[in-house]
Structure formats: structure tokens, C-alpha cells
Design a protein. Sequence first.
Length: 517
Amino acid sequence: MISEITMKQQLPAVLATLFVAAFAVHVFSNNKADVDLWGNVGFVRAMPWSQDFMYTNTFSFTDRDKAWTNHEWFSEYIFNRTFLFAGGTGLLALKVLLGLILLGILAASMKKDGVSGPVRALFLLLAISTISFGFSTRPHLFTYIFLASLIAMLKFKPDSRILWLIAVPLLGLVWTNLHGAFFIGIVLLLVFSALELIKQRLPSADAAAGERARHRIPVQLPAAGLLIAVSLINPYGSGLWSFIFASAAKPRPYLTEWAPFNLMQDFVTHADFIVLALVSLACIIFSGKRRNLTWLVVLALAFLSAMLMRRNIPLFAIVAALVVPEHVEGVAGRTLDRLFGWIPRPALALLLAGATCVSGWYAWSFNKTHPMEIEVPSDRFPISVFDTIRDKEIAGNALVFFDWAEYCIWHFPKCPVFLDGRFNDAYRNKTIDDYVRFLRMAPGWEKTITDYPVDIILIHRGLPVCAAMAANADWSLYTSNSIACLFLKKDRFVDLLSKAATAGGEKPSATSEALFP
């Protein structure tokens, strides 16, 4: 009898957990192919000690011999092995698994902080929604997990010398080779140590806090030094750091996710980020709980990084989910407990069960034709034009819109590309500048197709240069669809263009959908 009553009391909590998990699966299981997926799966097919591991840019005709610093090689190797073993389904499952691991870290941290069930559930839903921006099969997913783990360790195990001097450096070695943003961990440890030292000197710092800080600093500072040391254990040695510094100094105005957050332009796309930031600010101010200077500064730095670069918005959400919920508890915990307490248990259970079912249905069927595969959407990728290139066996040096370049690298090895999404990782600044100048029709744009041996141009038809190319006497529009135009150099494809002209123009295939790869 007692166990039956206990089960009835716990049922809403169990269903709330299932609802949050189902919502997370719905968000993390988006199965539309990312523009970098072909590169992230196909670039690294061997370990660094193999002759098949590529240290130069072998996929391009512009910078073929340029040294290539692949700062995420181990992630790409994992993705490649996963694809070879389980196909697109395996990649999708891996992405969802990484998302659920991240969710588990955030939820466990909230529970350890004493955050109540309603606050945990609502804050996790908001955080998951915010993290969803750019949550694709990319190496940065590993950074999300490592960052969350590091913050959780700083919060709950700050004095464990075994953890910080042995386990963390070993994890740092793995992180270094998984993703180039490993330096975030080093910065975090240095900031943490510096702030703990400052807190000792503040008049308001009590003796206990100062004593704790004195124990932490000797651990975190050597740990940061060890992370720097193990970061040199990678295929490129100190060259990886040279690449990171050079990459940080190079702006990327042509990439929307690298752009600063603009409230007017991004209000709809990032409404969840705005709500999360406002909730965090309000609850920290009004919670009445003791505010930890260290975590307030870390949260502020994460927010600043998100404002400066939209791709960092998920990082802010992760930090917020680890820092803010205890303050939300102070502001709204009792109110939410009373609110949910007024709802009859059967009604609450029914509501949560329904929400879980809806999230599960969305995860399986919303905007998906093949939910267990990765779909290549025809409104983002010119599938029919790709099919024409394949059917007609078109080969030559190709200037391709960079969102499609890695697809072409995978499928058309006889069409080395001008540039692809690796940008500074594998290309000279001049090559990038000339490419962008062409797409934007900046002064001197014509030199890009006269100074370089370009045979094929595949560009988005929404670009102004598309109309200019249609009027270029040296080039011919071979085929097009709703999003792309394929131009061929006349003196390079005489027979193919002649046959197309005789047939009244080359019509693209009727393909409307495709599955990865």
C-alpha cells in the first residue's frame, strides 16, 4: 500500500523526466544534413601515423600543397568510423547520444544544487531549445560535453588533486584532438584560479571562503599548465596553437554563424536565447541567494562571447544551465511547487504523458520523410544539378558555393574545388579573399575566374554574380534549378555545350530528395 502511494506520488516526476528527455530527443534528432557533414565524415579516414592521413589540402586545385591543420581530426575519424559501421542512422544516433549525455550532466548538476523538479524541468527545456542552434553532427558537440563536465567538476570537486592533476589532463589530451576549442577549458581554469585569488583579497570574503580558495588555486593552476602541456600532443605539435591564434585573428564576415548577435535581426531565430539571458539576469538579481563572484564572471564572459559570435550561444546556454538554476529556485521555486501542487496528480500525470507523446511524435515525424536517416534537403542543396554533373560525368576545376563544396569533394573527386568550408584551416588568405570577392562582385571579381584555372562554376542563383556570369561571353549556363546555376567554360566543354544547345538546353533531373551521403 505504501509503495503504491509512493509510486503515485512519484509518477509526475517520472513523467516530467520522460517529457524533458523526449523533448531533447526531438531537438537533437534533427535529421537534415549540415553543410559540413560530408567533410566531417569523409576528410579523416585514417589515424595520423597512417600514410592515408592528410596533412595537406589535397581536395583543392587552388592550394593543393597548402599545409592543412585539422583541429578536429579525431572527431572526424570517429564520425567516419561510425558511418562505416552504421551509416547515416549511426551518425544520427551518435548525435542524439551526445546530446543526452550533455543533458544528463546539466540535470545532475541542478539536482546536486538542490534545485526542485519543476525548476529543473522548465530550465532544462529552455536550455535545450537554446543549445539546439547549430546542434548538428559536428565536432563542437564534444566541446559542449567537455565544457559542461569541467564546470561541474569545478563546482563539486574543486579540491580533488587526483581529479585535477591526473584525470583532467588526460581528458584534456582527448579534447585537444577532438576539437580546436579545447582552449576554452584552459581559459576557464585560469579565470577560475584568478577569481578565487581575488576573492581572498576582497573585504567581504569570509575566512572559510578564503581558506577554500587557498586550497583550490594550487590545484587549478597546475591543472591549467598540464592542459597546455598535453595540448602539444597532437599531429601538428605547437603548430596547432599557431593555427588557433591565427584563426582567432581572422574575421569571417561571410559566415552568418560567426556574426555578432543582432537583436533586431535575430529576435525570432534566437528568442530562446533572449529569454534565457533575461531570466538569468532577473533571477541572479532577485534570488536573494549568495552570489558566487567566480561563476557570475564566467557567466558574463559566456554571454559576451555569445553576443560577439552567434555560434557561441549554445556555450552560454550550457554555462547558464550550470550556474543560474539555483537562483531561479530562490525566485520561483516555492511558487512553482505550489502551482503544480494545486493541479490534481492524475491531471498533471495526464498532461505530462500527453506532452511526452507529442514530443515523441515530433521527434519521429516532424519535417521528416526518413526519420532514421540523414536527409539532404533539396531547398538547401541543388540535388538535381548534382545529379546532372554525375550523369554527364562533368569534370574540371570547380568554383562551388561553399555550402555545397564538401558535398562535391565527396561525390566528384574529378572536380577539385576552389574553396570549401575549411577556410583558414586549409587555404591561404588570398585564396579566401579572391573567392569572396567573386561571390560579392567586389571590384576586380572577374580576375578570380581569369587568374585561376576555373572550368566549372556552381553558385547560388540568389547571388548577384549569377546574373553577371549569365552575361559573360566566355561562360555558358549549362543547367539550373530553383537554387543553383551551373556554368561551364565554353572553350573547355565545347561538345557538351553543343549537345545541350541542340537539345534546347540541359534540363536538370527531377530528383527532389536524397539521403546522406
